[in-house]
Design a protein around this ligand. Structure first.
Ligand SMILES: Nc1nc2c(c(=O)[nH]1)N[C@@H](CN(C=O)c1ccc(C(=O)N[C@@H](CCC(=O)O)C(=O)O)cc1)CN2
Ligand SMILES: NCC(=O)N[C@@H]1O[C@H](COP(=O)([O-])[O-])[C@@H](O)[C@H]1O
Length: 222
């Protein structure tokens, strides 16, 4: 039985596309059972058939918790094994997170805990850091503070603009997300409090993308 993925996206959906491509290539044993957006016409929605799309204008809901409650019911209806925030630009409320705790992943364009929140590339450049990158983590009620599962690093180059850096990061986001979701659907990762359990052992440091081969994860040897 293929594991069922619900994907949340607010933008163009290139990370969603990476999951779709891996599924089509037979390298990710899962199926996408719904794509959910807080923006009515998010381009990401166009990447799947209409029957899989759910979107509402979150800004039209007041209080904002009503949107999260409706979103949660819509997600629950497709019975996902995992929920992947792939460029989902809205903070999920505590009730939502606790309802699906341990099954919600997020890809965030920074080396957490550095640069939680938005505009991470511009902030990294402004700080003059030499390295930037991406993290995939479990979603917790506190923004971008959940247990980090895996990371991938890229250099910050002299003269980098936020867009140039974002593109360099995006190039490693796609393989990283596919590999973490592959581990998730294989039952190899779990959230235990603030710790990631990998193959039954507490993860002492985030997994990392194999710098030599971005299709491989450098897994801890035991
Ligand atoms: N409870 C959580 N919700 C979400 C998490 C999380 O870790 N815990 N990760 C985010 C994704 N994210 C960064 O990776 C992120 C999403 C949204 C925002 C934010 O400030 N959003 C504003 C609106 C921004 C906009 O509409 O342009 C808001 O929600 O008011 C920061 C970081 C997914 N959700
Ligand atoms: N805070 C969440 C966040 O900023 N996520 C980032 O949005 C982009 C989405 O691109 P995509 O829509 O092409 O996948 C990605 O870079 C992702 O890391």
């Amino acid at each position: 039985m293929k594991r069922r993925l619900a994907v949340l996206a607010s933008g163009r959906g290139s990370n969603l596309q990476a999951l779709l491509d891996a599924i089509a290539a037979g390298t990710l044993d899962a199926e996408i059972v719904g794509v959910f957006s807080n923006r009515l016409n998010a381009p990401a929605l166009e990447r799947v058939p209409a029957a899989l799309r759910w979107s509402r204008d979150a800004k039209s809901y007041s209080p904002r918790e009503e949107f999260d409650a409706e979103l949660a019911d819509a997600i629950d209806a497709v019975q996902p094994d995992w929920i992947v925030c792939a460029g989902y630009l809205r903070v999920l409320d505590e009730k939502f997170v606790e309802r699906f705790r341990g099954r919600v992943l997020n890809i965030h364009p920074s080396l957490l805990p550095a640069y939680r929140g938005l505009k991470t590339h511009a902030r990294a450049i402004a700080d003059g850091v030499a390295e930037h990158g991406v993290s995939v983590h479990f979603v917790s009620p506190e923004l971008d503070a959940g247990a980090v599962i895996a990371q991938a690093r890229v250099p910050v180059l002299a003269g980098d603009t936020p867009d140039a850096l974002a593109e360099r990061v995006l190039a490693v986001e796609h393989p990283l997300l596919v590999q973490v979701v592959r581990l998730a659907v294989a039952g190899r990762i779990a959230e235990q409090g603030e710790t990631v359990v990998f193959d039954g052992h507490p993860l002492l440091a985030p997994l990392s993308l194999d710098s030599a081969n971005s299709d491989c994860m450098a897994l801890p040897t035991r």
